[in-house]
Ligand binder design. Structure first.
Ligand SMILES: [Zn+2]
Length: 101
């Protein structure tokens, strides 16, 4: 077993990548649904900080995609919200990406 540095770095990058994605998606969702303008409404800010905390505390290594996870560490109320965010923002996000091509 070689525990080299590159694995650690990848984990940190994954973590940042995930958190960045969650932030971006939450923003798209909030602006489309709550119309708070710049930034997030209090509800979405709360959801985002919750999601980031859960992501950072994930005990699984390697971490599976959250939807394939067996733990389901989210509280049901947050899980429902984040699911809605992902579904909404995911669609918008890919549409935007396509328009830019
Ligand atoms: Zn919002």
């Amino acid at each position: 077993m070689s525990s080299d540095k590159s694995t650690e770095i990848n984990e940190v990058e994954d973590l940042y990548q995930d958190i960045k994605t969650i932030s971006r998606f939450t923003l798209i969702y909030c602006q489309g649904n709550h119309g708070a303008g710049e930034g997030l409404c209090p509800e979405c800010r709360d959801l985002l900080s919750y999601a980031q905390k859960r992501r950072r505390l994930c005990p699984l290594d390697p971490k599976p995609a959250c939807k394939n996870c067996s733990i389901h560490c989210y509280k049901p109320e947050y899980r429902e919200k984040i699911r809605r965010v992902m579904r909404y923002a995911g669609k918008r996000f890919y549409k935007l990406a396509l328009q830019h091509n």
